[in-house]
Design a binder for this molecule. Sequence first.
Ligand SMILES: O=C(CO)COP(=O)(O)O
Length: 271
Amino acid sequence: MTAKTDGVYDRTPLIAGNWKMNLDHLEAVTLVQKLSWTLSDADHDFERVEVAVFPPFTDLRSVQTLVAADRLPLVYGGQDLSPETSGAYTGDISGQFLSKLGCTYVLVGHSERRTIHAESDEVVQRKVKAALEHGLGPILCVGEGLEVRQAGQHVEHTLGQMRAAVDGLSADQVADLVVAYEPVWAIGTGEVAGPEDAQEMCRALRAELEDLYDADTAARVRLLYGGSVKSGNVASILRERDVDGVLVGGASLEVDEFASIVRFEHHLLTD
Ligand SMILES: O=C(CO)COP(=O)(O)O
């Protein structure tokens, strides 16, 4: 039994690989092919544990072609989208285009977008809405920097980011959301928040969704942890009750390591 039951709803675990600005379209095809072979050889059940990759925009068409031609059971998405649908927005990518490319998900408000591209909570909120309008599942990224954590304000800060992003959404829309808690100080640093930290925040995020909506809606939203996730720490993180998956950066670029993260249940048995 993998899915966590909260009352009525089973939340299928989601293992997501954010490639960031790595791998061109040829490398993407090689990685996705090897990943699917490795997981199929290991009899991975993609219905029980969902696997998603987030390649750069320029790789998506190649990934789509491969996934469709070989009927691969994994899904993919964009790393960002424009809040607009079309028009004079040089360099931006519409959610409509991502939808056409068969994307299931899109990352929204990743900390690297918030810091490097100065994305505000308001822009993030518009992007979440745009994603939903185009039939994409938004993976909303939230999380605090080191100073906020040291000041003990991490929960309030992170809940505030989520509240801003879901502003104006109906309960049905929110139920389609995935929220990824990524403490900025744990991204790419080798510093991993402890399983208790991940659980503390995911519990607080779910309680906030219960307050904003209702218990049923909150029980349906999947909550992920991200930040230096590896095969060696994934099992302890996913053992926590409110953590429904992981968003993996660096370790998603290595096939064997990522496949081992996807097969976290195996570590649960052998730990
Ligand atoms: O930002 C991340 C995923 O979106 C986490 O990156 P790392 O796994 O490399 O720390």
